[in-house]
Design a protein around this ligand. Structure first.
Ligand code: R1P
Ligand code: GUN
Length: 336
């Protein structure tokens, strides 16, 4: 462990930890620098695990060398939506535990594998399982696969998630196309981009005013109409909280007052990372539960079984919806 001094003179501890790597068939360890979070025990900023450009490239190369599929579109499957990846054909599948330096999925409804394959005739790579802050992974680590997607050659990210619906118009099973997000964890000083910036990924201060591509939002709504699910598909603002607990009524009332339509525990940091490295983003939430804004509500308490069950019940619609958006994006990439 080495100490350095930051611009604000607070002590910084850079930890060097060992990371599992099994490239080349043998299991070994490599040292890797870490990014910072606050260590309450001594008041120092302790960098949490960040993946350098070289390590992300190593992971991207590991994947690219083992598949001939060259995706331009990366997909992250939300809770219960992993079956989206089961729709892929001619797949090359990488279990997370076999990818060097990759974390593992620990949440039910997140299988834990990277699937390369074809959705229709479009090559994609899909994360069947994402990483969450509440699993003990820092935001940089949660978002690292987005950088890997970029280095594999993706130009677009489609992020899906399960979320609680705050907007009274939303029903369980509806889809909310994400118009924008409120980065609550960012307000609290936690960002996947914290720490030294590597300009090979993107700029120190990336804009977020157009985080979610307006053209794809419009396209998605058109697709919803064509699929005759227009009344089940909305547009709205998502926020991510740290979890793993669901929200209190007072917290939900506050979020609603802030203009939030759906709340979850993912996606925002992935999108920040994607925009930083200039990926175009389309995201949608499957509304898996209604958020109780009333202490006397007869709604069931939020629970992950319901979240996963609703995901499974709606997997077919979500897969069709995604497939059509992927086709439009792919056609546009081909015509550029
Ligand atoms: O955002 P995804 O991974 O879809 O899942 C959402 O659902 C889980 C809680 O039920 C949390 O992981 C939350 O983030
Ligand atoms: N934070 C949060 N995450 C969710 N994921 C699915 N439903 C919910 C919810 O109600 N709250």
């Amino acid at each position: 462990m080495t100490g350095t001094i930051t611009a604000d003179q607070s002590p910084v501890i850079v930890k060097h930890t060992k990371h599992r790597t099994n490239s080349g068939g043998s299991t070994g360890y490599i040292a890797q620098e870490q990014n910072e979070t606050l260590d309450a025990s001594d008041g120092a900023h302790v960098l949490e695990e960040a993946y350098s450009y070289e390590v992300c490239k190593e992971i991207a190369d590991y994947l690219s060398e083992r598949t001939a599929i060259r995706p331009k579109i990366g997909i992250i499957c939300g809770s219960g939506l992993g079956s989206l990846a089961d729709e892929l054909t001619n797949t090359d599948i990488f279990e997370y535990e076999n990818i060097p330096n990759f974390p593992v999925s620990t949440v039910e409804g997140h299988v834990g594998r990277m699937v390369f394959g074809y959705l229709g005739d479009v090559p994609v790579m899909a994360m069947q399982g994402r990483f969450h802050y509440y699993e003990g992974y820092g935001l940089a680590k949660c978002s690292m696969p987005v950088r890997v997607m970029k280095l594999v050659g993706c130009t677009h990210l489609i992020a899906t998630n399960a979320a609680g619906g705050l907007n009274h118009k939303f029903k369980v099973g509806d889809i909310m196309v994400v118009r924008d997000h409120v980065n609550m964890m960012g307000f609290a000083g936690n960002s996947p981009l914290q720490g030294p910036n590597d300009p090979r990924f993107g700029p120190r201060f990336p804009p977020m005013t157009r985080a979610y591509d307006a053209h794809y939002i419009k396209t998605a709504k058109k697709i919803a109409k064509e699929m005759k699910i227009g009344s089940d598909v909305h547009e709205g603002v998502y926020t991510c909280l740290g979890g793993p607990n669901y929200e209190t009524v007072a917290e939900l009332r506050m979020l609603k007052t802030l203009g939030i339509d759906a709340v979850g525990m993912s996606t925002v940091h992935e999108v920040v990372t994607a925009r930083h490295c200039d990926l175009k983003v389309f995201a949608f939430s499957l509304i898996t539960n209604k958020c109780s804004l009333d202490y006397d509500s007869s709604d069931d308490d939020a629970n992950h079984e319901e979240v996963v069950t609703v995901g499974k019940n709606r997997q077919h619609i979500c897969a069709q919806f995604t497939r059509r958006i992927v086709q439009v994006i792919s056609d546009e990439i081909s015509n550029q």
